[in-house]
Write a protein that binds this ligand. Structure first.
Ligand code: SAM
Length: 257
């Protein structure tokens, strides 16, 4: 099936970048206690995953090197993980073999997952589909995959930080430089600094409206704050920015029973 151009672009960019994520993937697979997002916020402050996943069937949408899937498996879930990048999946599969994991790895687009309706109890994304897929495609697909009463949790950039991303691809500043309302696609393919990839985000009211339209109830919504100890600019958001403004958000949702 032909994929949208942005899916191909993101596959290309993540294949190119995959070698740079191997070491972090190995460290996260080795870690028994999850931490979340760019600021490694402790699990007890974020709680992206249910504490006990015994007998749950779970899917990770845009799994990268697969460590979130491993954390779910450790909590007792049967896990399927999908990613569009062969390079990222190669790392995930190798680590899966080394750790004796039974995770099923799927190569494909998280907007069209080859699983039947209502198959999963839980779906998750940490900067996977949540950032790199079109919300108007992947949210309805996640809802389709969940059974009634099933849960979807995801972590991504806040729409406030995306409003502060300069047009040239440089790091977020303290000025609003893009419209907040109507934000959707962020095409980084021809920026001056570190070109490549297409990301997505929505204004908070548009996320709410999308969830309502697809029968998702909001269980919780978090704005993550970088800890005092954070320094530097791990990616494109300086620590000082993220100590005073939310650079990351977490949605915890439930499909109407
Ligand atoms: C930042 S990683 C997320 C994994 C991990 N949680 C992390 O933060 O490193 C982003 C992943 O999303 C994947 N991705 C991008 N577009 C995708 C799509 N359309 N379908 C599935 N995966 C996709 C990329 O290949 C990449 O492995």
């Amino acid at each position: 099936m032909t994929q949208p151009d942005y899916v191909e672009e993101n596959r290309r960019t993540w294949n190119e970048d995959a070698p740079n994520w191997v070491a972090a993937g190995e460290a996260s697979w080795a870690s028994e206690v999850p931490t979340w997002g760019q600021w490694a916020i402790p699990d007890d402050e974020v709680g992206l995953l249910p504490a006990d996943m015994t007998e749950l069937t779970a899917i990770e949408l845009g799994c990268g090197t697969g460590y979130v899937s491993r954390w779910m498996e450790r909590r007792g879930a049967s896990v399927v993980a999908i990613d569009v990048s062969e390079g990222q999946l190669a790392t995930a599969k190798r680590l899966g073999e080394e750790h004796g994991s039974r995770i099923e790895w799927l190569h494909g687009n998280a907007e069209t997952v080859p699983y039947p309706d209502g198959f999963f109890d839980f779906a998750v994304s940490e900067y996977g589909a949540a950032l790199w897929c079109d919300p108007y495609a992947w949210i309805p697909e996640a809802v389709r995959l969940l059974r009634p009463g099933g849960r979807l949790s995801f972590l991504t950039n806040s729409p406030i930080v995306t409003s502060c991303f300069p047009m040239d691809g440089s790091e977020a500043g303290f000025k609003l430089v893009r419209p907040y309302f109507g934000q959707h696609m962020f095409d980084w393919t021809s920026v001056e600094i570190d070109p490549g990839g297409v990301e997505f985000n929505l204004a908070i009211s548009d996320w709410f409206s999308l969830f309502r339209q697809h029968g998702l109830q909001v269980v919780d919504f978090l704005e993550l704050q970088a800890p005092e100890s954070a320094t530097g600019t791990p990616f494109v958001v300086p620590a000082d920015w993220a100590k005073s403004h939310p650079s990351e958000i977490v949605w915890k949702l439930r499909k109407k029973p």
